[in-house]
Design a protein around this ligand. Structure first.
Ligand SMILES: Nc1ncnc2c1ncn2[C@@H]1O[C@H](COP(=O)(O)OP(=O)(O)OP(=O)(O)O)[C@@H](O)[C@H]1O
Ligand SMILES: [Mg+2]
Length: 255
């Protein structure tokens, strides 16, 4: 089984504070791996190590078999081309049109024509169920859900093998959140990509994930399948997961 991301005993200290305290996990090719945990527990910090924005204080993070901390700037640029990152803030460039946001990588790094870039942008927008009519809109003209979808289209523009979604459903209504869940599943189907999802949305976590990591103050509490996490006797997990068991049972009855 191919391992896409290998995090080994990751410690991170910033300004004398321990942010990550020995986190270890593997993400397997093609899986949807989700990280849940309270605010400030270190979820986004883990993803920053995966894309090489941060270096471990100790421990090791390997992506596609390479130790991220040891890569040169050039190697890091190449690695990042293979990783799509949907930022927690969903940040789009406010002064750029939708097609320029989605095609940003190509505008910055290639000599491709406007027509070619628009074509790629449209292809990616279609993958997130948006159409041609949004190409020339400004981010301010989009709804929150559309903005998230454009951010996802931008993240997948370079056909990344790994997509990191940091809170893809935050700020969205429950219906749009489920649309985003379906999109994450569809993208995996269509592109065979691997996904790491950071979320506070328990429905999302328990319905789309192959495996889940529950984090508490920089430490792993449980790592396992949704069922294994639901069955955990750990008091923190029980409280955190809340009534998910009942919810999922009710969902199954509705099927
Ligand atoms: N640039 C930084 N400098 C110093 N401390 C930081 C920095 N970024 C994050 N932290 C600290 O690291 C800890 C973990 O932050 P992180 O952003 O990883 O949390 P999170 O689990 O993603 O939280 P949330 O669910 O609120 O997004 C927090 O205590 C935060 O204050
Ligand atoms: Mg975060």
């Amino acid at each position: 089984m191919d391992i896409v991301v290998k995090v080994e005993n990751l410690f991170k200290e910033i300004e004398g504070r321990q942010i990550l305290k020995g986190v270890s996990f593997d993400v397997r090719a093609g899986e949807i791996f989700t990280i849940i945990g309270g605010s400030g527990s270190g979820k986004t910090s883990i993803t920053k190590h995966i894309v090489g924005l941060w270096k471990p204080t100790s421990g090791r993070v390997e992506v596609f078999g390479k130790n991220v901390a040891e890569l040169s700037q050039q190697e890091l640029d190449l690695l990042r081309k293979d990783i799509g990152y949907v930022f927690q803030e969903g940040a789009l460039f406010d002064s750029l049109r939708v097609w320029e946001n989605v095609g940003f990588y190509f505008l910055e790094h290639t000599n491709m024509s406007k027509e070619e870039i628009r074509k790629i942008a449209l292809e990616k927008l279609k993958l997130v169920n948006l159409e041609e009519d949004v190409l020339d809109l400004m981010p301010s003209e989009l709804s929150g859900g559309m903005r998230k979808r454009v951010a996802i289209a931008r993240a997948i523009a370079t056909n990344p093998k790994l997509i990191i979604y940091d809170e893809p459903t935050s700020g969205l209504d429950p219906i749009t959140s489920r649309v985003i869940d379906q999109l994450i599943l569809q993208l995996r189907e269509k592109t065979g990509s691997t996904a790491i999802v950071v979320t506070h949305d328990m429905i999302s976590a328990f319905t789309i994930s192959d495996r889940l990591l529950v984090l508490k103050k920089g430490e792993t509490v449980v790592l396992g399948t949704p069922q294994e996490v639901l069955d955990s006797e750990d008091p923190f997990v029980k409280e955190f997961v809340g009534n998910m068991k009942d919810y999922l049972l009710a969902e199954q009855r509705n099927l």
